[in-house]
Ligand binder design. Structure first.
Ligand code: C2E
Ligand code: CA
Ligand code: CA
Ligand code: CA
Length: 278
């Protein structure tokens, strides 16, 4: 009875009701945003630490809300995941990126690959494979031009289903990247089963890599592990030349961060790619 009483109290708490209402409103607005024209995919370059070449791009979603202005993904991706809307959002991201890759290929501007972020929620559903197949078929781009960034949380979410999905994605020929590597509480066992093209060192390890010896040790270990498995290593959140120099000395392959560029809207990243090619 006590349990029930608490539940009832919570249910009628005006504060929670307001929060629940706000959530529902935001959810409806997000649904509208996905169907309408309020989402944008920005792109951030990934740069070879030795040659300086732009090897890849990462697509990062932005929500241009008509009244609230720009809403960063950290403010709506979690809601999208809880409500299941991340599946529709993920479809939009995949198709938008593949169409853009096609446009860049036709213009001779496409970097080797362009990555999109895939939520563990998407990976735990059969729909993702169909969606990737559809985006590839619709645009006709070579599968290796597309990379999927997946966080280690997939291992916890639904192990069997997620392993199966990763194997099927590999079979399609798309590239796989493990995002925020080292921050998930996962075992490394999945690395035995699935060939991973790329590991991304999380910004939290990169931030003070030049001054914090334990972060430097972790970065060194990730690079050694990744290379021994045949994966390329990307450091995210590189903001200073000192970090870039340090990472190059450790044989990290690529960097991504404000030192090279912020994530840019399509017109600006296209200009960036034309300049880089010239
Ligand atoms: P993430 O995948 O780890 O992306 C890296 C984040 O670091 C991005 O934040 C990027 O703008 C930011 N960043 C890049 N360079 C620097 C730097 O030098 N310094 C600092 N301080 N930050 C840097 P953003 O765009 O706000 O995205 C946040 C997170 O939202 C992403 O983290 C990703 O988990 C999620 N996300 C973004 N777009 C998508 C998407 O299309 N689908 C899904 N499922 N998640 C997305
Ligand atoms: Ca990412
Ligand atoms: Ca991430
Ligand atoms: Ca990260």
């Amino acid at each position: 009875a006590k349990q029930q009483g608490r539940g009832i109290l919570r249910f009628f708490s005006p504060e929670l009701t307001d929060r629940a209402k706000a959530r529902l409103a935001l959810e409806a607005e997000l649904r509208h945003a996905i169907e309408g024209d309020e989402l944008r995919l920005y792109y951030q370059p990934q740069t070879d630490l030795v040659s300086g070449e732009t090897v890849g791009l990462e697509g990062l979603v932005r929500w241009h809300h008509p009244e609230r202005g720009m809403i960063p993904p950290g403010d709506f991706i979690p809601l999208a995941e809880e409500s299941g809307l991340v599946v529709a959002l993920g479809d939009w991201v995949l198709h938008t990126a593949c169409r853009q890759i096609k446009t860049w290929l036709d213009a001779g501007l496409a970097p080797r690959r362009t990555a999109v972020n895939v939520s563990a929620v998407q990976l735990s559903r059969d729909h993702l494979i169909e969606s990737v197949k559809h985006a590839l078929r619709e645009t006709g781009i070579p599968p290796e031009r597309l990379e999927l960034e997946i966080t280690e949380s997939f291992v916890i979410a639904d192990r069997e289903q997620s392993f199966k999905a990763l194997a099927e994605l590999r079979a399609l020929g798309v590239r796989l990247s493990i995002d925020d590597f080292g921050t998930g509480y996962s075992s490394l066992a999945y690395l035995q089963h699935i060939e991973i093209h790329e590991l991304k060192i999380d910004i939290s390890f990169v931030r003070d890599v030049t001054t914090n010896t334990s972060n430097a040790s972790i970065v060194k270990a990730i690079i050694a592990l990744g290379h021994s498995l045949g994966s390329e290593i990307v450091a995210e959140g590189v903001e200073t030349q000192a970090q870039a120099d340090y990472l190059r000395a450790l044989h990290c392959d690529l960097m991504q961060g404000y030192l090279v560029s912020r994530p840019l809207p399509v017109e600006e990243i296209t200009r960036f790619l034309s300049r880089a090619g010239a």
